[in-house]
Design a protein around this ligand. Structure first.
Ligand SMILES: Cc1cc2nc3c(=O)[nH]c(=O)nc-3n(C[C@H](O)[C@H](O)[C@H](O)COP(=O)(O)OP(=O)(O)OC[C@H]3O[C@@H](n4cnc5c(N)ncnc54)[C@H](O)[C@@H]3O)c2cc1C
Length: 418
């Protein structure tokens, strides 16, 4: 049987793969999308049960389709997955599911790649790796795996009932950690939240959601973290209709806050002395956004309502004034730890010259150093929004354009008289 050939092969049919397919179709580029599971699988089985989108429905979507229902609502994760299935159907995306791409290698003496899959070989002129930024859960090697305590990553967390009785430590106070800690506390658990560096935008300010403010202030489009600052996670939540994350309020409601989790020995977990600094820096990011929003309102003469509540700061709770630096887990009744400590990516199947010595993709806005290989959905691929629903759509548009440009050169026959 002849080997199947396709111009552009897209690996992964999450939102990135679906967006890529839309733009390739619009550019007239023949393509195929291979997905090892189902369309938008991560939204169905890679997230906790109660998760809703971080941004309201009017924002966290592609331009070509709206969510049914209230545009201000925060859509449940299953509905987000259904949205992408419907979107793929709407654009007639050529997606084959249940096919794992196991290896991609450059062809010798001709352009393109040999793609090995769980269902045979395909040759492709271009390959777009749209396999996601949040692929492999990362747990820092602090506790031995055999420590007599349940340890899971936020990727494996589903609901409070899944955990053994007793207190829970949640490590990491980005959007995942803070939402999981809050859910556990509302389920009646004693929760200790280990808070690292974070930004803490207002859920809304002067009548507009923070996604709108990030948009008009050009912050979704920021090309890299602000000079002199590392990328820090954003603590934001759409739970219960969307609320600003306020660590002091969480502490007042009974959550114990500690600094970054540093080390473990003999049943005792130790925390850095950075809790107050981390919370104060989060407050500073919060205030900076309010200031920028006020300047925008004044400059544009907008009649937005005042919002003095947004600047209200609760007194520091006891866990900030007397920070706990070490905890005997047994004495504190802690039986489980949830590591909300982020993800890494797995490109072990991509055997091409597109990675640096640390295994990180070498690319410019997703166009890799290996001609014909493209990445989509990477953190900060072109902008802050690159891993988010609305941002990946724009990156896909750029990549489809770059692929079309290369096709134009490849198809040029040369001057007539040579
Ligand atoms: C907890 C959480 C909440 C989030 N909430 C929001 C939100 O509210 N709003 C927002 O805009 N963003 C949110 N994000 C960020 C982002 O939108 C999601 O992570 C989204 O799933 C990323 O889409 P993707 O297509 O890039 O990757 P993925 O959804 O991970 O899709 C990649 C696909 O590739 C497939 N795949 C991988 N390897 C192979 C292979 N070798 N062969 C074949 N198929 C393969 C996988 O099965 C998967 O389906 C959230 C992220 C997390 C972790």
């Amino acid at each position: 049987m002849p080997i199947e050939e396709v111009d552009t092969l897209v690996v992964g049919a999450g939102q990135a793969g679906v967006a890529m397919s839309e733009h390739l179709s619009q550019a007239g580029v023949p393509h195929l999308v291979l997905e090892r599971d189902r369309i938008a699988e991560r939204w169905r089985t890679g997230r906790w049960d109660s998760l809703v989108a971080n941004g309201p429905a009017w924002h966290d979507r592609f331009p070509g389709r709206e969510f049914s229902g209230d545009p201000e609502a925060f859509v449940a994760k299953e509905d987000v997955a259904d949205y992408f299935v419907a979107y793929a159907d709407q654009i007639n995306a050529p997606i084959r599911t249940g096919i794992d791409v196991t290896e991609v290698r450059r062809l010798e003496g001709r352009p393109g790649f040999r793609v090995d899959t769980s269902q045979g070989v395909i040759k492709a002129r271009n390959v777009v790796a749209a396999t996601g930024a949040f692929q492999c859960p990362v747990i820092p090697p602090i506790l031995p795996e055999d420590a007599s305590i349940t340890q899971i990553h936020s990727f494996e967390y589903r609901n409070p009932e899944q955990l053994p009785d007793g207190a829970v430590i949640v490590v990491g106070a980005g959007s995942s950690g803070v939402q999981i800690a809050d859910e556990l506390m509302h389920a009646g658990r004693k929760v200790i939240l280990s808070v690292g560096p974070h930004d803490r935008p207002p859920r809304s300010y002067r009548g507009r959601d923070f996604v709108w403010w990030l948009g008009v202030l050009g912050m979704w489009d920021a090309a890299a973290p602000a000079p002199g600052t590392e990328h820090v996670t954003i603590a934001v939540s759409g739970a219960r209709g969307g609320e600003t994350i306020d660590f002091r309020a969480l502490a007042n409601a009974g959550m114990a806050l500690v600094g970054r989790t540093e080390s473990y020995a003999d049943g005792v977990l130790r925390f850095a002395g950075d809790l107050v600094e981390n919370i104060n820096n989060g407050d500073a990011s919060h205030l900076a956004m309010l200031e920028a929003a006020d300047v925008y309102i004044a400059r544009n003469g907008l009649d937005f309502p005042e919002d003095p509540e947004a600047r209200r700061k609760l007194p520091d709770p006891n866990c900030m004034t007397n920070p706990v630096r070490e905890l005997n887990l047994a004495d504190a009744g802690v039986n489980s730890i949830i590591w909300a400590t982020g993800f890494s990516q797995d490109f072990s199947w991509l055997k091409v010259d597109a990675f640096d010595d640390d295994g990180k993709p070498k690319h410019q806005r997703g166009v890799s150093s290996e001609p014909g290989i493209y990445f989509l959905g990477l953190p900060w691929q072109s902008r802050r929004g690159s891993t988010f629903i609305w941002g990946v759509w724009h990156d896909a548009k750029y990549l489809a354009d770059q692929i079309s440009i290369q096709r134009m050169y490849a198809q040029y026959p040369g001057p007539k008289d040579t």
